[in-house]
Ligand binder design. Sequence first.
Ligand code: NAD
Length: 260
Amino acid sequence: MADRFLSGKTALVTGSTSGIGLGIAKALAQAGARLVVNGFGDVDLARAEIEAAGVDTLYHAADMRRPAEIQDMMNMAYSQWGQVDILVNNAGIQHVAPVDQFPVDKWDDVIAINLSSAFHTTRLALPEMRRHNWGRILNIASVHGLVGSADKSAYVAAKHGLVGLTKVTALETATTGITCNAICPGWVLTPLVQKQVDAKAQSAGVSVEQATRMLLSEKEPSMQFTSPEELGQLAVFLCSNAGNNVRGVAWNMDGGWTAQ
Ligand code: NAD
């Protein structure tokens, strides 16, 4: 049985009903943490997969565009379980268009979900973490927090902002038992990326398999996707004692994307 070193801790993972958030939630649960689940889609299935690790879950449907709902989710975690020890800011969306054609409402949504929501959860989590003098804040940024790609202005701006927020939060907590770090994946085959593969297959008139190879070969030297399970293990490491003095990093797991 895996080391349950997070037993007794509460983790809150935004956007944990799918993809990377679900992978990280499952890994934290396998390490013993109980989980506050958030996001849309098949909530029951996600909760069942997390609870299979033998931990309890709570669910809150907060829309990460809405600060009042985020506050309500944090309040629920505190009133039900008294604490949020591990905060994973993962919820995110993508929209692809040239900057001069980027729909204004999509810009606002991407910035709200991928960046501002992490400010709100962080400001609401820190006072209790300070009281316990322990906490882990993991911001799921992206290689797009470090480099740009055409047609992703809002996403790249939000992810660069999230890496900035990570550094400032890490500095403000540097003398405490709270750490804040960013994780920067390259391509991970989740519903968010499957949409981009399908769009490429359609626009280039090729099969989904060919579009997948095209997508990887443009950016990712390893020609391999990172998996949510691999990202989950990195999150568990950052929550361990070995991660006590890892502060303010933007940690790539990108098959060599940003080494180029
Ligand atoms: P996904 O679409 O599989 O999951 C996104 C999650 O966020 C879902 O649970 C969804 O319900 C939730 N969500 C979306 N809008 C929301 C909202 N308004 N309020 C609350 N929850 C909301 O996507 P994913 O690929 O797992 O992405 C997760 C994170 O990882 C995102 O921040 C994304 O930018 C980042 N990321 C993904 C990749 C990749 O290749 N897939 C690479 C780098 C970074």
